[in-house]
Design a protein around this ligand. Structure first.
Ligand code: UGA
Length: 429
């Protein structure tokens, strides 16, 4: 199958390279000429494990191409996947201007039937609007279809997730669209749910908000655990053992971040409001998430008695491990709060330092965990990178001025830390 990917970011590039790897011919488009130049040279503009190899392999085999021209992408492909960003506006509503621009551009370049598939996370009913926008932009009457095929890739494991989805959701309105999408997904031996476009759009937003709800729920319970001396790890294990609840996404921490959950939750609330459906549950998910970061800052303050003038060695900036993405990273919010309250910060992240330097002002950066903690009053763990789980605890203790660790990701066993002579504070334990 000949496929075009419109928007070569985290989602588009993984999807495009993955489809190419499955034997399709793929062209990836982006309006950012610098990015396309890099990709044409086999370089990836962000860190995602396994992606660089996948892109290089499929480019060399001649199955993966790059362009900045919509005309080329539309002429080349039978199916176009829209993977452009849908960032939040100031009020939380999804900004669909990128989707609208590409819709018009696709419409202008249509000369024969094409299937246009939304992969970006969009509010329910965007598919219907997309259809109208494309129809209005075509020069003559041309048949086309709009479908929805939400992505469920997680940053940091996106390549693995591409090959191993739990399910595939196809929102279609015509037999032709269904047949084309089923052909593309034929090699995947996983359940495929075929539905209408509106339901498919709803599935994506409902899924992300549900996962965010699980995280806020366990974070709320973690606060109760702290009050009574219960262990959130054991509580989550006990809850997750019930198959109706499930173990995943019950890790208490410093709240969820990234480019998806916070934005999608805000957009979902807006959708509910527009539809006159009270969304207090969704709003509370966001409130708990905000509070969890404030709570962590108080925990640090409590451990150190006061923050002003104290030096903190920070381990982790990315919103999760195995990515250099710091968009909406809880670490950024927490460090700004600590800095504004007079703490001096030296931070280390295996991948995200360059990105953090652009937005985090007034803090210093280190080249390794021990350098970050050298002479510090406490070490803070803000991202659960594997590297931090394998730290040399003796060396870490020698680096610190005071043996205090405040762990926002519960990566260590409290007893082990006590035996190693640390004052160890974590979440819900
Ligand atoms: C999320 C969804 O998991 C994907 O299915 C979806 O495709 C993607 O959004 C998207 O809409 O594009 P992602 O944002 O990459 O993926 O990362 P997650 O692994 O879901 O983590 C999100 C945040 O939740 C991170 O800050 C993470 O630290 C936090 N989290 C996750 C917890 O605090 N506790 C958990 O138990 C799990």
């Amino acid at each position: 199958m000949k496929i075009a990917i419109i928007g070569s970011g985290h989602v588009g590039l993984v999807t495009g390279a993955g489809f190419a790897d499955m034997g399709n011919e793929v062209i990836c488009l982006d309006h950012d000429t610098q990015k396309i130049k890099l990709l044409t040279r086999g370089k990836i503009p962000f860190y995602e494990p396994g992606l660089s190899e996948l892109v290089q392999k499929n480019s060399e085999k001649g199955r993966l191409h790059f362009t900045t021209y919509m005309k080329e992408a539309v002429q080349f492909s039978q199916v176009l996947f829209l993977c452009v960003g849908t960032p939040p506006k100031d009020d939380g509503e999804a900004d669909l201007s990128a989707i609208e621009n590409v819709a018009r551009s696709i419409g202008r370049n249509l000369t024969e039937y094409r299937l246009i598939v939304e992969k970006s996370t969009v509010p329910v009913e965007t598919g219907a609007q997309l259809y109208k926008m494309i129809a209005r932009s075509t020069r003559k009457k041309i048949t086309f279809d709009v479908a929805s095929n939400a992505e469920f890739l997680k940053e940091g494991s996106a390549v693995h997730d591409f090959y191993n989805p739990d399910r595939i959701v196809l929102g279609v309105e015509t037999p032709r669209a269904k047949q084309l999408l089923l052909k593309i997904y034929k090699p995947f031996k996983v359940p495929i749910l075929v539905t209408d476009v509106r339901s498919a759009e709803m599935i994506k937003h409902a899924s992300n908000s549900f996962l965010a709800m699980k995280i806020s729920y366990i974070n709320l319970i973690s606060q109760m655990c702290e009050k009574v001396g219960a262990d959130i790890g054991k509580v989550a294990e006990g809850m997750g053992g019930d198959r109706r609840i499930g173990k995943a996404f019950l890790n208490a921490g410093i709240g969820f971040g990234g480019s998806c959950f916070p934005k999608d939750l805000a957009a979902f609330i807006k959708i509910g409001e527009k539809l006159n459906v009270p969304c207090n549950l969704l709003k509370e998910i966001a409130e708990i998430n905000k509070f969890q970061k404030i709570h962590f800052v108080s925990k640090v303050e409590k451990a150190l008695k006061k923050l002003k003038g104290k030096t903190l060695g920070v381990l982790g900036l990315a919103f999760k491990p195995d990515t250099d993405d710091i968009r909406n990273a809880p670490a950024v919010d927490i460090l700004e709060q600590l800095r504004d309250r007079g703490a001096k910060i030296k931070a280390y992240d295996p991948c995200a330092t360059a990105a953090a330097k652009n937005i985090l002002k007034g803090i210093r950066f280190a080249r390794n965990p021990y350098e970050a903690c050298l002479g510090a009053d406490a070490a803070l763990i803000l991202t659960e990178w594997r590297e931090f789980r394998d730290l040399n605890l003796k060396k870490l203790k020698r680096s610190l001025k005071r043996a205090i660790i405040v762990d926002g990701r519960n990566i260590y066993d409290p007893q082990t830390m006590k035996e190693n002579g640390f004052h160890y504070y974590s979440i819900g334990r």
